[in-house]
Ligand binder design. Structure first.
Ligand SMILES: Nc1ncnc2c1ncn2[C@@H]1O[C@H](COP(=O)(O)OP(=O)(O)OP(=O)(O)O)[C@@H](O)[C@H]1O
Ligand SMILES: [Mg+2]
Length: 254
C-alpha cells in the first residue's frame, strides 16, 4: 500500500500526519518506509533528528535518473533506518529545489513510481510526504501512489483550496494513474470548543466530501513530539492526540 499525504496549502499537517501514521504502522510490526519529497525536510528532521542530512537522499535518487551513462545505485542506498523499529526513510534534501527544472525538462515524472514498484516488495506500507505545491514532486507522488490522504486544518482558506485540490487529484487520476483514489480528508487541528471548526466540518460533510470520521485535535503534544524528534506513538503512547492518530490509522486500514 502506497499512501501520499498531499495538500497544496502549507502548514495543514501533511508532515505530522504522514510521520505519525507511518510510526504507528511500524509500531504494529509493519515494515514501513517514508519518502520525504519536501525540501523543507520537516519529516526527515522529525524522524532522524539533527542527523537528517545523509549522503544519499531522495535528491540523489532523482539526480541519478538524470545520469543515463553511469550505472545507478540500488534504491536501498537512498534509504536510511530510523531509531524506531520497522521504520525507514528516504530523506529529503535542500537540493530538491534546484533539481526540479532539469527533472521537468527531461520528463522524469514516472521515475518515483518505477522505484516504488520495486521497493513495494520490501515494505508493507509506504508513506509519501509532499511539498505545499502541486509541482513535479507532488505529481510524481500522486502518480506512484495507491491512495491519497488530504489534511484539512479547519480554516476557510483551506476549505476554498479543497475544490481545486480535488480537481488536480482527479486530473492526475485520469491522465496518469487510474488506481489512485482519495482515501479521505483528515480533519486536523480540530478545536472542539469553538463553533467554526464544527460548522466547517458539517458543511463539508453535507457536500458529500469524503471527510474521515476520526478528527485530530489541536494539541501542544504534537509540537513537543516534533521538538524531541519522536513520533507520538513513541513519546506519548497514551496521550489523547496519539489515540486519535491510532483511530485514524485503524479507520484507513479497515
Ligand atoms: N494536531 C495538531 N496540533 C497542534 N499543532 C499541530 C497539529 N498538526 C500540526 N500542527 C502544527 O502545525 C504546523 C504545521 O504542521 P506540519 O508541518 O505537519 O504541516 P505541513 O502541511 O506539513 O506544512 P508544510 O506545508 O510547510 O510542509 C507545525 O508547527 C505543527 O507543529
Ligand atoms: Mg510538511
Amino acid at each position: 500500500m502506497i499512501r501520499v499525504v498531499f495538500n497544496q496549502k502549507g502548514g495543514v499537517g501533511k508532515s505530522t500526519i504522514c510521520s505519525n501514521l507511518a510510526a504507528i504502522a511500524a509500531s504494529e510490526g509493519k515494515r514501513t518506509l517514508i519518502i520525504d519529497l519536501d525540501s523543507q525536510c520537516n519529516t526527515s528532521a522529525y524522524l532522524l533528528g539533527n542527523d537528517y542530512r545523509v549522503n544519499f537522499s531522495v535528491a540523489e535518487f532523482f539526480e541519478q535518473t538524470l545520469n543515463i551513462i553511469m550505472k545507478g545505485r540500488p534504491y536501498q542506498d537512498f534509504i536510511t533506518p530510523t531509531a524506531f523499529p520497522n521504520l525507514s526513510i528516504m530523506p529529503a534534501s535542500e537540493l530538491l529545489g534546484e533539481l526540479i527544472v532539469k527533472l521537468e525538462q527531461r520528463h522524469k515524472i514516472y521515475k518515483l513510481r518505477d522505484a516504488l514498484v520495486k521497493l513495494k516488495r520490501d515494505y508493507d506500507e509506504i508513506y509519501i510526504d509532499t511539498p505545499p505545491a502541486f509541482n513535479f514532486y507532488s505529481l510524481s507522488a500522486l502518480i506512484a501512489a495507491d491512495s491519497c490522504l488530504i489534511p484539512f486544518d479547519c480554516d476557510d482558506f483551506s476549505r476554498r483550496g479543497l475544490y481545486s485540490l480535488l480537481a488536480n487529484i482527479e486530473e492526475t487520476r485520469q491522465d496518469h494513474n487510474d488506481k489512485l483514489r482519495v482515501e479521505g480528508i483528515v480533519v486536523n487541528q480540530f478545536q472542539g470548543q469553538a463553533s467554526l471548526p464544527k460548522k466547517l466540518v458539517a458543511e463539508l460533510r453535507a457536500e458529500d466530501l469524503p471527510i474521515l470520521n476520526t478528527l485530530i485535535h489541536s494539541s501542544v503534544k504534537v509540537k513537543e513530539s516534533h521538538n524531541i524528534s519522536q513520533p507520538l506513538i513513541n513519546c506519548a503512547p497514551k496521550h489523547k492526540v496519539t489515540l486519535q492518530f491510532c483511530d485514524l490509522y485503524a479507520e484507513i486500514s479497515a
